[in-house]
Design a protein around this ligand. Structure first.
Ligand code: NAD
Length: 263
């Protein structure tokens, strides 16, 4: 049975009720996990208020600001985890960022700073969060991050984020090899396209979704809750033998080599 009772789960990346992280947090909570939430702080405190109200039904025992570009905020987050929980069992990394101008048009026009910010927020953050969480992980723990097919194949406009996701997927394998001996597993979910704040920055996201709805074996794309279910599975003892993997939750789109004749 999928049971996360007694497990402490820190969820990053909730911005609103469309966020994949929100789907994940709900399903972890439903499976019995004790939830902690981090949000990206802003000067006016808008995210704190908005995300705070959204996650209230999950009774988070931790609610913390954490801009992953700021080492001090990351360290403060895990100091709070240590103080409040003593240990951690689940870390959800569900965040990414690239400048909008780097998510359309020619890939080669990306600037050095555009490359750096995309890889820093979307890729290095997984490594840095894992580093900070490492001493607090109990055996049986699990890290899950979110990736996309554009890190493996060329998808129009995904551009620099594809490079960030390729590096993220390789980071999952290196982290899995490092954390395995302490019985902590590290996996990624490669989700199909879903309308969210982040995905709306990618040029032509709606066309991508419509294409998937025509071509994927299930003739639709996926929901945040479906991704949340897969994350809950990966974080549970049911997945105790799985690490270093990329699990596609994409209505089967990834297997297709040709558009079906009917579409
Ligand atoms: N939506 C999709 O189609 C799709 C598909 C596959 C993978 N993903 C991945 O899922 C993850 C979540 O994205 P989403 O689609 O739910 O969008 P979202 O906009 O809801 O979530 C992105 C999150 O990243 C956070 N973030 C950005 N910069 C940050 C920083 N410096 N510090 C801390 N947090 C920061 C934002 O606050 C937000 O909560 C991302 O890694 C994304 O690439 C999305």
């Amino acid at each position: 049975m999928l049971d996360l009772t007694g497990k402490n789960a820190l969820v990053t990346g909730i911005a609103n009720n469309k966020s994949i992280a929100w789907g994940i947090a709900q399903q972890l909570h439903k499976a019995g996990a004790n939830i902690g939430v981090t949000y990206l702080p802003d000067e006016k405190g808008r995210m704190e208020k908005k995300v705070g109200e959204l996650v209230q039904p999950l009774n988070p025992s931790l609610f913390l600001p954490c801009n992953v570009q700021d080492d001090a905020q990351i360290d403060a987050t895990f100091a709070a985890v240590k103080e409040k929980w003593g240990h951690i069992d689940i870390l959800i990394h569900s965040l990414a960022f690239a400048h909008k101008e780097d998510l359309s048009g020619d890939f080669s026009k990306v600037s050095r700073s555009g490359f750096q910010v995309a890889l820093d927020v979307s890729t290095y953050s997984l490594i840095r969060l894992a580093q900070a969480a490492k001493p607090l992980f109990r055996p049986g723990g699990s890290i899950v991050t979110l990736t996309y097919l554009g890190g493996v194949r060329v998808i129009p406009n995904y551009n620099i984020m594809g490079v960030a996701k390729a590096a993220l997927e390789m980071s999952v394998r290196y982290l899995a090899a490092e954390f395995g001996p302490q019985n902590v597993r590290v996996n990624a979910i490669s989700a199909g396209p879903i309308r969210t704040l982040a995905s709306s920055a990618v040029g032509g996201i709606l066309d991508m979704i419509h294409h998937v709805e025509k071509v994927a074996p299930l003739r639709r794309t996926v929901t945040q809750i479906e991704v949340g279910n897969a994350a809950a599975f990966l974080c549970s003892d049911l997945a105790s033998g799985i690490t270093g993997q990329i699990l596609y939750v994409d209505a089967g789109y990834e297997i297709m080599g040709m558009t079906p004749p009917s579409s």
